[in-house]
Every structure is written in structure tokens, then in C-alpha cells.
Design a protein. Sequence first.
Length: 276
Amino acid sequence: MNSIKVNCGKIEISNKNKICIIAGPCQLETEQHAMDMAGKIQEITKKFNLGFVYKTSFDKANRTSLKGKRGAGLDASIPVFDKIRKELKIPVLTDIHNIEQCSVVSKHVDVIQIPAFLCRQTDLLIAAAKTGKVVNVKKGQFLSPFKVENIINKLEENGNNNILITERGNTFGFDSLVTDLRSIPIMKKFGYPVVFDATHSAQIPGNHKNNTGGNREYIPSQTFAAVSAGADGIFMEVHDNVDNALSDASTQWPIEKLENTLQSILAFRKTYLNHG
């Protein structure tokens, strides 16, 4: 099947273009932090002429513990989404958790994301599809890549062909995630761009008592592997102070390393495409 081109503002995501970068902090911490991060990442991605979508969450609803920081909240985040889009001209992605949020959030972002644990929730998928926005579905940790076709059908049958599918690893035993890279070419056969979530794939869910742990050092090697498997985009949570990030601190990538990391990924991809 030919790859379907998904347009996010002026950015075209498909296997015909350079990889697209979806990046930003795990959660929206403050307006100033969000603006600073979006601007810095934009500056880096422009050096490589890469499409860039800023990601951040207004509510991290799936926390290990009630003690976990959840984010700024929807009301406080909407003006920040608007400011990033208007002043920096950057498309914005955020995740939603219930049907009611879809119509509200869709007015202020370019991509609606369905969290992995909610990827089979039919009513949520229908509501997201009906916004007409690009819908990025995180493949559940419990789901085989073949079952993603059913998710795609739910979106298509409700009038939406602006679909991204993101691979973020599968549960292996207790408290471990393993990325089966066969998932990428399998899901690409359904015709839509496939994104690799480099940071959540490095998680160790429940590794810490009150929050999720992970192994940040594996992010580059897993990303190289995903690119060689045909990923059309890279999803990466990035922070300027990773050890003090309000959530997922152990798997956010330091922004000071982002430029060199992207340079290495692109060089690897070029070599692989020429000789693979």
C-alpha cells in the first residue's frame, strides 16, 4: 500500500520526506518554560530542515501514584498552546483523556494524541476523529501491531484519514518494555506514517515506588534501530533540566544533546537508505 501523506500545518509527514520530529517536555510546566523549549527545539530542527511538532501534556492522567505531578491543567494550557502556534508558528500536539476534551482541545492544537492505554476506547477514537484534526494513536503496550488496523478502521469510518500511529514498546513480563521493531514495517502496511516513541520505549513502568523509571541511555540506539526499520517520525520528550523534570525524568532527553543526536540519526538514516 502506498503511504498516505498526513499534513500538519505546513509539515507533510510521509515516508517520502525527511523524518518528522515530535518533541517537547513530558508535561506543560509553565508558560515561559514551554515557550523557551519550543523555541530552542525549533532552532535545532531548522538546522536540519526537519518538520517539527511541539508536544506537551496539560494533564498526565496516567500516574503511578497520586503524588505524581500531572501538569498545568487544560484551562491554563490552552493560552500557551495558542501562543506557541501564533508567535512561533509551531504546530502543537497534546493528548486527551475523555470525549469532552476533544472538541475543546481541537480548537487550540494541530494534533490530538490518544494515549496508549486508551487506544482501544471506541468512543474516544470517534470523538477525536470527528474533530478533523490529525490523530496520533499510541499503540498500546498490550497490543500487537496487527490489531492496529482495527483502530485505523474506527477513525476512517468516522471520516478521518489524518492518522499517525506511534510505536512505544510492548509489556514484557513485569515492569519492562521491549520494542519489537517488526511492528514498524507491519503497521506501515496499513498505509499511514509510523512514528517511533524513543523516550517511552525506554521506560521501566513502576520501577520506582511512586513514579516510572527508565534507561535514558538506550534512547539513541533504539532510535537508530527504528529509523532502519522505516519509522517516518521520531517522538522524543526533551527537557532542559532532565533530572528535575516534573514527570518521566529518567527518560526525557537533555536538550543540550538534541542537536548532536539528530545529526547522528540523520547521518545513520542517509547511510542506511543508500546502502541498506
